[in-house]
Design a protein around this ligand. Structure first.
Ligand code: ADP
Ligand code: MG
Length: 729
């Protein structure tokens, strides 16, 4: 009898909503108060220091050491006023989560006393021992030490009683060991390339920033149930579980009324987020029972990425106060939708214009079309790299399942813009255009804003969709650091814009008129990139066949998707733009493979643990009840009557034996495959074998376990069931 499950369910039944934040204040009254932002800086810094740090923030340049001392002293004074005692450099190693090591401000001085100190050096740079973070072989050849360096473009903040300083993390010899370093470099390169292209249209543009608005999906589960599911605790997903009779068929959860306990949780984490200046504004129930979403107002990409990572941490911590666990995993439950993190991406100028938003005049629309077409072309050129940027063991469960964008990369434009591109393709020719043709073309471009107004065309099955004034990269996984895919997107668009400028300038040298040179170049790109455009249902089998015919790749698994990371084309892309050199990129490839292997390895071991320690014992103890019953019946009935009286029990006894046999044999065979895989000598070979040989056993074992769950006495079953975990009050 599984007393643990019964006790846990008692806890769940007795839960009441708890709300910690009972403030009656409006958000604007406390928003950002735990951030060392503009207001705090103005209040605490001298004018000179304020100017200096502003410059660093805008240019991403290094803060002068003398100024750093002053900034550090002021940050400390500000933070102490809020009861802060410690500080940490806060960074994003390639392990995926954020990293922090807290140091106290205090320093012992003579006479057994102590003072609080925080120097410019401590603010600007730290030297953490890097040896336990993934480095993909980079650290083996050099010293194990790495250093973290302040990123002044993302403001310091207080979380708990610690002052957190966002930093990059690099090896002693300068190689990036994190997500932030290449992201910042990609943003810098993109700024330059996009600003150059803007000069064709508007000389006032001196800076272009990329913007990101992410939408975070997540599940909540009661902590009492979470604690007795080892699989959830250790892997973030359930490795077993029979589908509930009622899942998401009725589609009654999506945008439904938010359960009271959940709403109290949301209010609490939003409050914490707002103190941290994270602009979360949207909340709703998602498709699957137990699934929810939150989304902020978009921000500059680097800041948005930091905010997303910080919010995930906040959400996990606040959940515990509410007796919830938040599941960020891409696929916590089989059979119901998994979680993604849509990345809405656009480009904005210092003049306040969204470059992916059509303007009011033909001229601004030509600028819009330029950035629009170049983005489509960039995705066409590097579709495989974009696919690789979202590949992970977790995300493999979503991509290609009929709930999330497929693993085939394509771009959705909407009917209206597809027509505009088709028009452009038809009406532009390489010879000189007549004035009438030009007018007609400009007219058709001038109509874009009107037609987009009622463009409610929302294809939810596309991995990369244009949604009116931004592109939405939908295939990103819910646990991902958006920095990975954003670095790739920035890089490929940057490379494309550089090419565009070369092509247009080449025509200008041949004395082609500017607008015409732009039209002709765009036309060329539209033709070249046609294959990547797809407006239909991305979930359909028809699309798979069609994509294959078009020569588009479909990498269903992570190990196969990752190879492109070290193709000549990809290495050249990152190296030529100064984002990652080939050693750094190769290291990332190794790390991604190793992470994949480790995740599958852990899941495989946990499956065997749970089978041996929980599933099989439960099956046998229920079987014993049946056997005792059969023996009893034998004593009571004569031979003829016994046969019919014991028929069901005998069948069940046999079924349990059969299933347990298959489970045990399969688990043993899986272990043998693991042993072989572990002896292989490269990360790639190991990942391939874990993917193709080890992982397929999961399904076989799970199938049998779920059948057992279905027939075994509810009171005996040791694991919380889907029907108990998915429904929250
Ligand atoms: P949905 O996609 O759910 O229909 P919206 O289209 O309203 O919702 O917006 C989704 C997300 O897109 C929000 O997080 C929002 O901040 C973001 N977003 C809107 N405009 C931009 C932009 N110019 N750049 C980046 N993100 C944006
Ligand atoms: Mg969206």
């Amino acid at each position: 009898m599984s007393t643990r499950r019964v006790l846990a369910m008692q806890d769940v039944v007795n839960r009441v909503p708890v709300e910690h934040n009972k403030t009656k204040l409006q958000v604007s009254q406390y928003y950002g108060s735990n951030v060392f932002g503009l207001d705090a800086m103005r209040e605490f810094l001298s004018e000179e220091a304020f100017e200096s740090i502003q410059q660093s923030m805008h240019r991403g340049s290094i803060v002068d050491r003398k100024m750093a001392d002053q900034v550090a002293a002021c940050m400390k004074a500000w933070a102490q006023g809020k009861g802060v005692t410690h500080y940490t450099h806060w960074f994003q190693p390639l392990s995926g989560a954020t990293a922090e090591k807290h140091d106290g401000f205090f320093e012992p001085i003579e006479g057994g006393r102590a003072i609080e100190r925080f120097s410019g050096n401590a603010l600007v740079q730290q030297e953490p021992d890097a040896s336990s973070f993934p480095s993909g072989g980079i650290r083996n050849t050099f010293e194990a030490r790495g250093y973290t360096a302040w990123d002044p473009t993302s403001p310091a903040f207080i979380w708990g009683n610690t002052l957190c300083i966002p930093t990059i993390f690099v090896s002693y010899t300068g190689e990036a060991l994190d997500f932030k370093t290449p992201l910042l470099k990609s943003l810098h390169a993109l700024d330059k390339a996009a600003t150059d292209v803007c000069q064709y249209f508007d000389k006032n543009v001196t800076k272009v920033i990329a913007t990101l608005g992410w939408e975070q999906e997540y599940f909540l589960v009661d902590s009492a149930l979470y604690h007795i599911r080892y699989d959830l605790q250790q892997t973030g997903r359930t490795l077993f579980g029979h589908a509930p009779a009622k899942g998401q068929q009725l589609e009654d959860h999506y945008w439904g009324s938010i359960p009271e306990r959940v709403s109290a949780y949301m209010r609490d984490f939003e409050y914490e987020a707002h103190l941290l200046g994270i602009p979360v504004r949207t909340r709703h129930n998602e498709v699957a029972p137990g699934q929810f979403e939150c989304a902020p107002v978009f921000e500059e990409v680097n800041l948005a990425v930091d905010h997303n990572l910080l919010l995930m941490d906040v959400m996990e911590k606040v959940a515990i106060r509410h007796n919830f666990r938040v599941l960020m995993h891409e696929k916590p439950y089989a059979g119901v939708n998994g979680s993604g993190k849509h990345n809405n991406w656009s480009l904005a100028t210092n003049t306040g214009k969204n470059l992916l938003s059509p303007g009011k005049t033909p001229k601004t629309n030509l600028q819009f079309l330029t950035f629009f077409v170049n983005t489509v072309k960039a995705v066409y050129e590097h579709a495989d790299l974009l696919r690789a940027s979202i590949a992970s063991a977790n995300n493999d469960h979503r991509l290609g399942a009929n709930e999330a964008p497929p693993a085939i990369m394509s771009v959705f434009l909407g009917e209206q813009l597809s027509r505009v591109l088709d028009d452009l393709e038809k009406s532009v020719h390489s010879g000189k255009m007549s004035p009438e043709e030009k007018t007609a073309l400009k007219m058709s471009i001038g109509r874009i804003p009107d037609i987009l107004m009622d463009n409610t065309d929302r294809n939810r099955t596309s991995p990369f969709a244009f949604t009116g004034n931004k592109f939405e990269f939908r295939a990103v996984g819910s646990t991902a650091n958006c920095g990975g895919p954003m670095t790739v997107l920035n890089a490929i668009v940057c490379e494309q814009l550089i090419q565009f400028k070369k092509d247009v300038d080449g025509l200008l040298e041949k004395e082609v008129e500017k607008d015409e040179a732009i039209f002709q170049t765009l036309k060329k790109y539209i033709i070249e990139s046609k294959r990547i455009r797809f407006e239909g249902n991305g979930y359909s089998e028809k699309w798979k066949a069609e994509a294959k015919k078009r020569g588009l790749s479909n990498f269903a698994t992570t190990p196969s998707a990752l190879d492109v990371m070290i193709s000549k084309k990809s290495l050249h892309l990152f190296e030529s733009l100064g984002i990652l050199n080939h050693r750094e990129q190769e290291a990332r490839y190794e790390i991604s493979l190793e992470t994949y292997t480790k995740k599958i390895q852990i899941e495989s071991r946990i499956i065997a643990d749970m089978v041996n320690n929980q599933i099989v014992p439960a099956a046998i103890s229920y079987q014993k009840v049946l056997v005792d019953n059969v023996n009893g019946l034998k004593n009571i009935f004569g031979a003829a009557e016994f046969k019919s009286a014991a028929e069901i029990q005998l069948n069940l006894i046999k079924e349990i034996s059969d299933r347990v046999n298959i489970i045990q044999k399969t688990a043993e065979a899986m272990r043998e495959e693991r042993k072989k895989a572990n002896l292989l000598d490269t990360a790639k070979k190991q990942a391939d074998v874990y993917c193709d040989k080890v992982k397929p056993y999961f399904e076989t074992i799970r199938y049998q376990v779920d059948k057992l769950e279905y027939i075994i006495d509810d009171a005996t079953w040791p694991l919380p069931k889907y029907r108990e975990m998915l429904y929250l009050r």
